[in-house]
Design a protein around this ligand. Structure first.
Ligand SMILES: Nc1nc2c(c(=O)[nH]1)N[C@H]1C(S)=C(S)[C@@H](COP(=O)(O)OP(=O)(O)OC[C@H]3O[C@@H](n4cnc5c(=O)[nH]c(N)nc54)[C@H](O)[C@@H]3O)O[C@H]1N2
Ligand SMILES: Nc1nc2c(c(=O)[nH]1)N[C@H]1C(S)=C(S)[C@@H](COP(=O)(O)OP(=O)(O)OC[C@H]3O[C@@H](n4cnc5c(=O)[nH]c(N)nc54)[C@H](O)[C@@H]3O)O[C@H]1N2
Ligand code: SF4
Ligand SMILES: [Mo]
Length: 887
């Protein structure tokens, strides 16, 4: 079939909470082309590097095609019966709280609704929690404290209409790239100023007017300083504060804070206060630098307080704005996917709410109090309280804090089920039963993005093998557990309709979450559903909240919550002198199970790294490209050192993306303890005290191969995809005697032709293995980190075996360096060459010369930074290392 004749289908991107609309065209051979939907209100046609590469992640090689139980394939009938029976037996023997679901902000609303209904209404436990606990829980708690409801007041248009955008603990340029592009467009159009509040210099700082590199965890002190200043300068809005309570107490608490805790120079603080107070149209965007903290909820309220005191909320171009991480973080909150909420923003602790929900579901049970939050849930698995666990659409063995402990707990749990696309995840490997889920392009449903817009995700490909949508698997287990009618869904539209109608109850209780306008939606209406921002009820539709001074506490007023600064739970000291911050890189999504399938996304930053300041590096004897051991109180890891002034003295930063599949010693959550915010239960993922030392390796190696290496058990290994296979970095403490034999084993190439070079006695060895003249694999070993043209070598098998041993291309071959522009595959070195010779002195000029930055724009901040560093007249700063230029 010729795919070009197939119509484009409107859907939503699989990744972040921006919720960009995409147009998908199946190619008829299992693949897809993807472009931005010009009519979607989130992106108006734009996509970032990850969205653009979606088509490269729908291949089938890694997919799980049939249910597996205890290491064998099983039919669905047996697998579902096994899951239903084991859960039913466990509940019968030990009660409903002996089982748990751990789910995900990446589930569709319909999947989430069914999971929540099954656990809370039918099993009768509140032990369902989600990775949103690691992500948005502090915002949920902060919103509820201030507004009486978990509602984002503003809309994306506010970012277009603001005169000042403050990014607090948000690397918007990399994590919400299309929103960042909207902010930059506003900057061009109306001169919008940008302030970044982040201990670390990020890509989001490149266009910023001001960067406040505050001490980790000191955001409350900073925003309390702002609140005090707002009051001192008479900027409180007297009419609006009548709709609030608590200002006096909050001012008093704020007055007790020491602004010096922020570590910011007075002029910088003053510049920020001036800008904020003098700019009515201010949007304060916040994300994980705020949420993932032992004072996360207080940080959220400290920000909301300033907006409430000035009445800058829910009006065009102004308001606090929590940007959500996962594509359906919002939908999950709406259907009550957290252990401490009921569906439709109703409260588990409220007897009337419980009764109404139970009546609506006609369910046998409803929990009387909150269930276990993520960290406590896995501890309850560890101590045997939870005996059957179902993990859906998330990879907690990698992404939970105290990941080593979580891994052991899952492995020891008497019965664990995992629903995933693939068996190749650290969590799926631990499960008794793995169920094959249909993936993003294969299933129908809805997601809600950061500004409350509900969009359709539409199936355009057949699920491979026996894979089934998550809602379908959950409903079938519900039926087999004995609740035939309650889970008798034939389509996601039916589930959506039930959920929409349920929101009438919420509206009756005076809740703002009302999508009852969809209560009668039929299959055709659902099929055609246009992106729609909630609320969509009888009383109101779309738009902003709270500008009218109407809040959702019983007195209809907002709370200005008194909050005081607290330092992070653990502080650096003699044994662990550095603070380790963790976060995301531009082109990878979480545990890389999907983005890692794309060679061009994997070429941006191809190894687990740790950023360290030049002075710290000098003191610890660390050179650029060294491997370093990073140790915390609970674990250790090995990372490639990048020496950079982007982090402050005493701070290091490492990405979250690496797993036992890709880089076993590069998993940051092995080091992060399970300390949580006392209100939200969200872990402190961004402030772990650590020590650092150079890894004394006996050898370092680099490999390119067509097939994955048979994992040698070595101290350090990091593998990513290339266009033709894999590239792997390795290092270990133990010497290896017979390198040729070892190489043949690792590559599983026993009888192939070998060309070798080097002096194994001195620890240096190179080997190329080929079959019929065609290169299959090559290995380069050295006693020191290896300088090689890695990106050129990754173009194997186009390289002649003899050439490959030189580790570099022929004189005319160009090593383009790590990919900076993922859309057009333009490498670092190509760009730096164009800048250094004066050919391209602006981001647009680089675009004109090389095309880089001309499609999705995700790399434009890095292009700007490269110009700053490499323009012929730029001050030479040898300590600023090239991105990823590791050896
Ligand atoms: N490329 C990419 N994009 C993504 C994702 C991805 O995996 N890859 N994941 C999505 C998800 S689920 C989420 S939740 C979002 C996260 O989006 P972001 O929150 O923007 O991303 P992070 O890198 O986790 O952290 C943001 C910043 O917080 C800073 N920070 C650390 N401690 C503090 C502090 O005490 N105060 C302040 N003010 N800042 C601090 C860090 O230095 C970091 O730059 O991204 C979403 N988008
Ligand atoms: N130290 C530290 N830790 C962190 C963070 C941090 O900043 N620092 N961030 C935290 C945050 S904000 C988040 S959101 C989490 C994210 O962490 P996770 O949710 O654990 O990471 P993902 O890789 O997104 O896991 C999603 C899994 O679902 C599978 N999958 C994909 N599509 C489907 C589907 O349609 N159905 C099913 N059933 N499975 C599917 C994927 O293959 C993958 O295994 O990490 C958290 N952990
Ligand atoms: S910004 Fe990028 S990752 Fe996020 S929804 Fe849009 S295209 Fe997808
Ligand atoms: Mo997240």
């Amino acid at each position: 079939m010729d795919g070009s004749n197939l119509p484009e289908v409107r859907s939503t991107c699989a990744y972040c909470g921006v919720g960009c609309g995409v147009l998908l065209r199946p190619d008829g051979a299992g693949g897809l082309t993807v472009r931005g939907d010009p009519d979607h209100p989130a992106n108006f046609g734009r996509l970032c590097s990850k969205g653009t590469a979606l088509g490269e992640t729908v291949g089938l090689d890694h997919r799980l095609l049939a249910p597996r139980a205890f290491g064998r394939d099983l039919g669905w009938d047996d697998a579902l019966q096994l899951v239903a029976d084991r859960f039913r037996e466990t509940i019968a023997a030990h009660g409903p709280d002996s089982v748990a679901f751990y789910v995900s902000g990446q589930l569709l609303t319909e999947d989430y609704y069914v999971a929540n209904k099954l656990m809370k209404g039918f099993i009768g436990s509140a032990n369902i929690d989600t990775n949103s606990r690691l992500c948005m829980a502090s915002t949920v708690a902060g919103h509820k404290r201030a507004f009486g409801t978990d509602t984002v007041p503003g809309t994306y248009e506010d970012l277009d209409q603001a005169d000042l955008v403050v990014l607090v603990g948000s690397n918007l340029a990399w994590c919400h790239p299309v929103l960042y592009q909207r902010v930059l467009a506003a900057r061009q159009a109306r001169g919008t100023r940008i302030v970044v509040i982040d201990p670390r210099r990020t890509a989001s700082c490149d266009q910023a007017d001001l960067h406040l590199a505050l001490n980790p965890g000191s955001d409350v002190a900073l925003f309390n300083g702002l609140l005090t200043e707002i009051h001192r300068r008479g900027a409180v809005d007297p009419d609006f504060v009548k709709q609030t309570s608590g200002l006096e107490a909050a001012l008093e608490t704020a007055g007790n804070d020491q602004i010096s805790e922020t570590g910011l120079p007075a002029e910088k603080r003053a510049a920020f206060f001036d800008l904020w107070i003098n700019t009515p149209r201010v949007v304060t965007v916040f994300s994980q630098g705020v949420n993932q903290s032992s004072s996360g909820t207080d940080k959220v309220n400290a920000i909301l307080n300033c907006h409430l005191a000035t009445g800058r909320i829910g009006r065009p171009g102004m308001g606090p704005f929590s940007v959500t991480g996962q594509p359906n973080a919002m939908g999950g909150r709406e259907v009550g996917g957290l252990a401490n909420t009921l569906a439709c923003h109703l409260d588990i602790e409220n007897a009337d709410h419980r009764a109404a929900v139970q009546a609506y579901w006609q369910s046998p049970a409803i929990p009387q109090s909150s269930g276990l939050k993520a960290v406590d849930m896995f501890r309850a698995v560890e101590d045997g309280q939870i005996k059957a666990l179902w993990i859906i659409h998330t990879n907690p063995a990698v992404t939970m804090p105290e990941a080593g402990r979580v891994t052991r707990a899952i492995a020891a749990c008497p019965f664990t089920v995992v629903s995933d696309l693939t068996l190749h995840t650290d969590t799926a490997r631990l499960a008794d039963v793995v169920l094959p889920a249909a993936g993003w392009a294969e299933k129908n449903g809805t997601v809600t993005n950061s500004d409350r817009t509900i969009s359709r995700q539409r199936a355009v490909l057949q699920p491979p093998g026996q894979a089934r949508p998550d809602w379908d698997i959950l409903a079938e287990v519900g039926r087999r557990m004995g609740w035939k009618t309650a889970f008798d869904y034939a389509s996601p539209a039916e589930i959506f309709r039930e959920y929409a109608a349920m929101s009438q109850i919420a509206a009756r209780f005076g809740k703002d979450l009302d999508i009852s306008g969809f209560s009668d939606i039929d299959e055709a209406g659902y099929a055609e559903l246009e992106p729609t921002r909630w609320p969509l009820g009888r009383k109101r539709a779309g738009g902003r909240f709270f500008g009218d001074g109407h809040f959702f506490h019983s007195d209809r007023k907002a709370r200005i919550v008194p909050v005081g600064h607290r330092r992070p739970a653990a502080l650096p000291g003699q044994q662990y002198p550095f603070v380790m911050n963790t976060g995301r890189t531009r082109d990878q999504w979480h545990t890389m199970t999907r983005t890692g399938l794309s060679a061009r996304l994997s070429a941006h930053l191809a190894e687990p790294f740790v950023d360290i300041h030049p002075q710290d590096a000098a003191r610890e004897g660390i050179s650029s490209a060294d491997l370093v051991e990073v140790t915390s109180r609970i674990g250790r890891g090995i990372f490639r050192a990048r020496i950079t002034q982007d982090v402050r003295i005493g701070h290091v930063f490492a990405p979250i993306h690496w797993t036992a599949e890709t880089a076993p010693s590069g998993r940051v959550d092995m080091l992060v303890p399970g300390t949580t915010d006392p209100i939200s239960g969200q872990p402190e993922s961004k402030a772990t005290p650590v020590s650092i030392s150079v890894m004394q390796a006996a050898w370092y190696a680099f490999a390119v191969s067509r097939r994955p290496l048979l994992t040698p058990s070595v101290a350090y290994r990091a593998t990513v995809r290339t266009d033709n296979g894999y590239r792997t970095e390795l290092a270990d403490h133990a010497r290896i005697q017979d390198w040729e034999q070892t190489a043949r084993e690792w590559f599983a190439l026993a009888d192939t032709d070998a060309v070798t070079a080097g002096d194994p006695a001195r620890g240096s060895f190179r080997i190329a293995l080929s079959q019929d003249g065609c290169l299959q694999a090559a290995l380069f070993v050295s006693p020191r980190p290896l300088p090689l043209m890695r990106d050129y070598l990754a173009t194997m098998p186009d390289i002649p075996p003899a050439q490959v041993l030189t580790g570099r291309g022929p004189a005319d071959a160009k090593d383009t360096g790590p990919i900076i522009c993922a859309c057009f595959g333009v490498g670092l070195k190509t760009i730096v060459d164009a800048i250094s010779c004066g050919q391209a002195m602006s981001v647009d000029a680089i675009g004109a010369a090389l095309n880089a930055g001309r499609n999705c724009g995700s790399c434009r901040p890095e292009l700007g930074a490269l110009i700053d560093r490499h323009a012929p007249d730029a001050a030479d700063n040898p300590s600023r290392q090239l991105q990823g230029d590791v050896a």
